[in-house]
Design a protein around this ligand. Sequence first.
Ligand code: FES
Length: 148
Amino acid sequence: MGEAAEHRIGRRSFLNLLLGITAVGWLGSILFPIVRYFKIPPRKEDEPASIVAAKLKDLKTNEGVIFKFGSSPGLLVLGPDGQLRAFSAVCTHLDCTVKYRPDMQKIHCACHGGIYDLTGRNISGPPPRPLTQFRVVQKGDDVIVFRV
Ligand code: FES
């Protein structure tokens, strides 16, 4: 076999590999949304009613921490006034995860600039509703968050 033929086979193998990768990517982009659509969401009964969201000694004033509350994120804030507050960290606009911004002393959604105050009320940007608020109980060093 000549050098030109070997070169052609190499090019053909490369193109076949590229075609295979493209086909797998295409198939994945079709199947992923279908599988995700049919994935059964967790039932409300399966979600925990409460959780130890943080240890008080690990929190600083004017700071927020994200914690996992069942299948979704929660946000625990130790406000500048020293009060503990907890919310669902799921933005009411398009479900991005919100964060506490110490510089603004507000809860901020980086996706589209939504802003919530420290009561969880939507005060600026596209979010249509307030954040879901949770009840916070301090027991010793544990900061326990309850679904209301
Ligand atoms: S998802 Fe939060 S502002 Fe759009």
